[in-house]
Design a protein around this ligand. Sequence first.
Ligand SMILES: *Cc1c(COP(=O)(O)O)cnc(C)c1O
Length: 484
Amino acid sequence: MPVPLIFDLSKPGRVGHSLPACAVPAKPTESLIPAKFLRSAPPRLPEVSEGEAVRHFVNLSALNHHIDRGTYPLGSCTMKYNPKVNEVAARLPGFAEMHPLAPSQTAQGLLRLIHELERMLCEITGFAGVTLQPPAGAASELTGLLVMRQYHRQKGNRKTHVLLPDSAHGTNPASATFAGYEARQLASTDDGRLSLDALRAAVNDETAGLMITNPSTLGLFETRIREIAGIIHGVDGLVYMDGANMNALLGIAKPAAMGVNMCHLNLHKTFSTPHGGGGPGGGCLAVREDLVPFLPVPRVEVCDGNYRLAWDRPESIGNVHAFWGNVGVMVRAYCYIRMMGGDGLERVSRTAIINANYLYALVKDLFDTPYQGPYMHEFVVSGDRQKARGVRTLDMAKRLLDFGVYAPTVYFPLIVSEAMMIEPTETESRQAIEEYAALLRRVAREVEQEPETVLKAPHATPIGRVDEVRAARQPDLRYAFDGL
Ligand SMILES: *Cc1c(COP(=O)(O)O)cnc(C)c1O
């Protein structure tokens, strides 16, 4: 006979009478929902224990690579470790559950955060005004180009095209085109920088402006940026700096001091937000004083100690994103900047630069190196030497996945054949960087000694090589329960 367990927690001392394990809710006798809409039988849901459910999700989370699993040196993407405490802040109900139509009086905390974040980003960039409305880097570029168009319209300038270097991120020409300009490409010099000769030859009275990435997508600083800006200003053009990767400049150089007129920063790259996989992003567009009236509405204003949304800006380009923007990304950026402080941010950039140059020094003998450093936050090498042996950069990238790390960005920038763009970021330790270098060395050796291993990689991932074009064009989005 089993002995019944009796718990009575209402009295001190030893437990006495039996308590029901858990109250079963009484079946509602009357329902507001008409009977024909009520279920007659319970839904067929998978029945599993909590332990099984937890294992299921933990295993799912490990099928794909992510920064919490291992090194993720995806160039241009700044896949740094994101402090978990920022996630806690972003989920605070006052931010996460704010109603999009909440009146300003009930959103003072959020408005203050937006206002203070704008001011901190003004300090970081050296510019007079910032908008946080664009939800991504590309959206900030379009916003900036619309501001450029507004500037020319106000002055009665007839402008038709925007210039950009051939190393530009693909979103740059797309944004220029979207804003109604023709995108014209400029050649780079052999040292990877914008060619001033090409610039002088291309610029004319119809040049609306230049979009330039600095540090460039090759990880190189455009040392002649002031001269470049001067040439554009000579035809009353504006210089737009793509500062998506601010990770090398924090506390070291302000874009405004380089002679550019506006720039965007990707909050989700430099200022902590887990990204990739199409998650929410946050753009920030910073502009010089005379362009501030053109920024999107509403603007956050302080009036008698209260924060409010101001719509009354007749020169504004209008609204580029609904409601408050991507608030969660702003909260993370705010926490990150406050937590690091000015000194901490400078240390971020100095460490990011040292890490990139250290990794470059460890691996530069393995690959062709089209440019010589010193590099900023990332560097680019070429797999031409391996291609000559029949193994392509894509194969080496796939092989790296076998070792629990991620591959670099490959085949970008387009001007480097068999490109590998490597950005370790400041959050990788010296040991992790040395381990990554050792893996690159191992893969390079395999290319020489057992190329088949590399050509058939990956061997250890749940899924091998996929048809990426087909996956993008005809995605199979079935929800699979089979594992449960
Ligand atoms: C990531 C990136 C962009 C685009 O940013 P999204 O947020 O992905 O739209 C633009 N330019 C550069 C240089 C980048 O690295």
